[in-house]
Design a protein around this ligand. Structure first.
Ligand SMILES: Cc1cc2nc3c(=O)[nH]c(=O)nc-3n(C[C@H](O)[C@H](O)[C@H](O)COP(=O)(O)O)c2cc1C
Length: 375
């Protein structure tokens, strides 16, 4: 370890269960829509991409559908078939060989889908039959962005099946060699739809009161803990996220209540998207909500959203977070920790290549070392 690393808050190791993270520069879950078709199967290009980023303190995989019903976009990978498990095994193997650690983000999109992507052309499912305002998806390489339709409200009797989808996804992730899993409860997908009042108008025990809205997410998290053990399960939330037509009447109350339950469950970490989906915190971070969550949640707190290295250092030093996930900077900089360590300039990301396509804008961003060799 260099002198600089000794003093840098980003390079203080962190223990999470039986994992030792060598740094606090974590990779955010990032959908890149480049799995092999048919079958939504991770491929060698995906292996290369993750392996290039293995110096992250921890990689959180792109959101991965736990079932055919959980799929919401063309080309996103799944974890419900043997071929997908085998594909992911190559990813986890390559990350481990390169000295890294990787969790899988478990995903059910709920209403953010389209009959073209659903088994038998079914309508997407949700807590309530409410069409998310402004939400779009893409259903094929040349479909462009299309509106998502009004979903079908799940029957009470279907909840056990949803929990089972997560349990099976968690088991499959274990078979695929991940170090743990992150339950995706942010960004307007199924569990966020249950949590937030704007999308959950149910009148059974899964809606209405705050405790009822939290019921299905907590059942899911418990099922995933039963598979993995609490030390290997994280949860991602986005209290103020409005992406995918989301709204909550009282995010502070909602998310402190949720955080209290998560604290009692003793999960590995809570990752908080501290603003909108793409980190556009124009009005600043929602400090009151962050403080309220921190007051009740005593476990590991991972911060996300438009962080720079400098802001991450400051907020870790001030005890406002333990770890930080970086999204877009990791897309463009496979060696992000090394760049932060050296205070080196960063490559800029190209958002035209975020979703879908080939190696371009995916595995061809240069490392510092490559830039220096070619200089
Ligand atoms: C291309 C792209 C794909 C994303 N995919 C996911 C995803 O699969 N799961 C998720 O929870 N968030 C996803 N996000 C949100 C990021 O994880 C992150 O919260 C956001 O980019 C803000 O962090 P940043 O400012 O460091 O990029 C995505 C963001 C981008 C730009």
């Amino acid at each position: 370890m260099s002198n600089q690393q000794h003093n840098d808050p980003l390079f203080q190791p962190f223990t999470m269960g039986d994992l030792t993270l060598p740094n606090r520069v974590l990779m955010s879950p990032l959908t890149r829509s480049r799995s092999s078709q048919p079958g939504d199967i991770p491929n060698d290009m995906n292996v290369h991409y993750y392996q290039q980023r293995a110096s992250a303190g921890l990689i959180l995989s792109e959101a991965t559908q736990i079932s055919p019903q959980g799929k919401g976009y063309a080309f996103t990978p799944g974890i419900h078939s043997q071929e997908q498990v085998n594909g992911w095994k190559k990813v986890t193997g390559a990350v481990h060989t390169a000295g890294g650690r990787i969790h899988m983000q478990l995903w059910h999109v709920g209403r953010i889908s389209h009959p073209e992507l659903q088994p038998n052309g079914n309508l997407p499912v949700a807590p309530s039959a409410i069409k998310p305002e402004g939400a779009k998806t893409f259903i094929s390489a040349d479909s462009g962005m299309v509106d998502v339709p009004e979903p079908r409200a799940l029957e009470s009797a279907e909840m056990a099946g949803i929990v089972e989808q997560y349990r099976q996804g968690a088991l499959n992730a274990q078979e695929a060699g991940f170090d743990g899993v992150e339950v995706h409860a942010a960004n307007g997908y199924l569990l966020d739809q249950f949590i937030k009042s704007g999308s959950n108008h149910r009148t059974d025990e899964f809606g209405g009161s705050l405790e009822n809205r939290l019921r299905l997410p907590l059942m899911v998290i418990q099922a995933v803990i039963d598979v993995w053990g609490k030390d290997k399960v994280g949860v991602r939330v986005g209290p103020t996220g409005s992406f995918n037509g989301m709204y909550d009447d009282n995010p502070t109350e909602t998310f402190t209540a949720f955080a209290k339950h998560l604290n009692d469950l003793g999960i590995a970490y809570l990752e908080v998207v501290e603003d909108s989906f793409q980190g556009n915190h124009a009005s600043g971070r929602p400090e009151d909500i962050i403080d309220a969550i921190r007051a009740v949640y005593k476990g590991t707190y991972i911060a996300n959203g438009a962080y720079t290295a400098e802001e991450a250092r400051t907020r870790i030093s001030e005890g406002l977070c333990d770890l930080v996930t970086f999204g877009r900077p990791f897309i463009a900089n496979p060696d992000l920790p090394e760049r932060f360590c050296q205070n080196a300039p960063l490559n800029e990301w190209d958002d035209s290549t975020f979703y879908g396509g080939d190696e371009h804008g995916y595995t061809d961003y240069p490392t510092l070392e490559a830039l220096e060799t070619n200089a």
